[in-house]
Design a protein around this ligand. Structure first.
Ligand SMILES: [Fe+2]
Length: 446
């Protein structure tokens, strides 16, 4: 009875979403890009005890967190794993949680930390003591390292297309700067999203931060928001000395990645600000010469969509990132691709981060089609198409950024650029810090 009620609500919800998406897509007379595509609802047909929605994420230097959901509330939170298929010589037990959102009650959400794991190694694993075998590969011990970056993913036919393109070439870690499922309070869509991405997110670590579609605030009843997001997408915030799952950082070979929260407090008196200041101060650029930041609402944006939404956060935090010589800042939210020059305070600055918006994963709302004209000299490439990006850290000083447009079923390399790490730029460090990069404490435990 409960399932058929969910099915009915889901059908009505889908109809409404598709109707609004079509309205959105037909608003612009000059529209020439492919329209938003249909939502995909991914159902679970297995046993109640069977692990579903499996995804893995990095925790600390040599551990991985395995997360999955079972309808069976008695299923054990255990992961068996090993380096040979079918041979599990290690096992770990973890925690579980669940949540209620109005009339929806989640399944049992399991979080199990496994390791220590060897770098660059494929591990075979299964969740809950039974069910199908899965595998993931740990990041390498040495560079090169390849990140995939996708924002505003959703769960449409475009999402499937983007993920297929992502999977057509190997990578090490996926970074998602917010807007995952577009469930927008309709909780079964969180489950559907988890099932859709399992094929990919169970094989490589997915590191995410939240967007506006994760908030799900409802006055009085759900005043704080992020209930589903925090329960389902637990990230290593405790391991990076953060007090909130909404912002955290981690190290992965040669790179310090900072995930910021656009939808929690960020002013100079906030917990997030203080945490960011301390986190930036703890970076050892000799160990992690690359520093990259992800957040949802872009600080620089010449699209007509979401103008100015990231401005108050930029004003609060930009100086911190600038002084720390952050290399790149990725954002989502705007459903298009845009790459900027190195910027500080709205001006070209060779010591500022490069800003890149990749809110083009494939969500149900369609593309943000129009950009402001004339183009700002700060904006070097902009295009309203679905796609994904790849940041390949080649070595301590050089990285390659590539943006792949989805050309229907093909993926096309549309924009690329080489980056030099600011860690070795003597000129940049001399500006504020008297010639030498500051001496940092060892943060190897992150
Ligand atoms: Fe967004």
């Amino acid at each position: 009875m409960e399932k058929s009620l969910h099915a009915l609500i889901t059908s009505v919800f889908f109809f409404f979403l598709q109707f609004t998406s079509q309205c959105y897509a037909s608003k612009d007379e000059s529209y020439s890009r492919p329209p938003a595509r249909n939502l995909i609802f991914t159902a679970h047909h297995g046993l109640e005890s069977e692990a579903q929605q499996v995804h893995v994420s990095l925790v600390g230097r040599d551990h991985m967190r395995v997360t999955w959901i079972t309808d069976d509330k008695h299923a054990p939170s255990t992961v068996e794993y090993g380096k040979q298929p079918g041979t599990y010589n290690a096992m770990a037990t973890g925690d579980h949680t669940s949540y209620r959102y109005f009339f929806y009650s989640s399944g049992k959400i399991h979080h199990v930390k496994i390791g220590p794991l060897e770098p660059g190694t494929t591990y075979y694993y299964r969740c809950g003591g039974s069910g199908p075998e899965l595998s993931f590969k740990t990041p390498p011990a040495t560079l090169p390292l390849e990140f995939v970056v996708i924002g505003d993913l959703g769960q449409t036919e475009w999402t499937n297309s983007t993920l297929a393109h992502v999977n057509s070439r190997d990578y090490d870690v996926l970074l998602l700067p917010g807007d995952l499922s577009y469930a927008d309070t309709h909780q079964p869509l969180w489950d559907s999203f988890g099932r859709l991405v399992e094929k990919y997110a169970s094989q490589r670590p997915w590191m995410v931060t939240e967007g506006n579609h994760e908030t799900e605030i409802f006055p009085i009843i759900q005043p704080h928001g992020f209930k589903a997001y925090n329960a389902r997408w637990l990230m290593p915030y405790e391991e990076s000395n953060s007090s909130s799952n909404l912002y955290y950082s981690f190290n992965v070979v040669g790179t310090h990645v900072i995930m910021l929260g656009s939808y929690t407090d960020f002013d100079e008196h906030s917990q997030q600000y203080k945490w960011l200041e301390a986190d930036l101060g703890s970076i050892d650029r000799k160990k992690t010469p690359w520093v990259i930041v992800l957040l949802h609402a872009p600080w620089y944006n010449t699209n007509n969509a979401h103008q100015g939404e990231g401005e108050s956060m930029r004003k609060a935090m930009e100086e911190l990132l600038y002084k720390a010589r952050v290399d790149v800042v990725f954002a989502g939210h705007v459903h298009a691709y845009e790459r900027f020059a190195r910027i500080y305070d709205n001006k070209l600055d060779p010591c500022g981060p490069m800003y890149i918006t990749v809110g083009d994963g494939g969500n149900r709302e369609g593309l943000a089609l129009t950009f402001k004209n004339p183009a700002s000299p700060l904006s070097l490439y902009r295009e309203a198409s679905f796609g994904h990006g790849r940041l390949r850290i080649m070595d301590e000083t050089r990285a390659h950024w590539l943006w792949q447009r989805n050309n229907d079923s093909n993926s096309f390399s549309a924009d690329e650029v080489w980056l030099d790490s600011l860690s070795t730029s003597t000129a940049c460090w001399a500006i504020d810090d008297e010639k030498e990069p500051p001496k940092f404490i060892d943060n190897d435990e992150l």
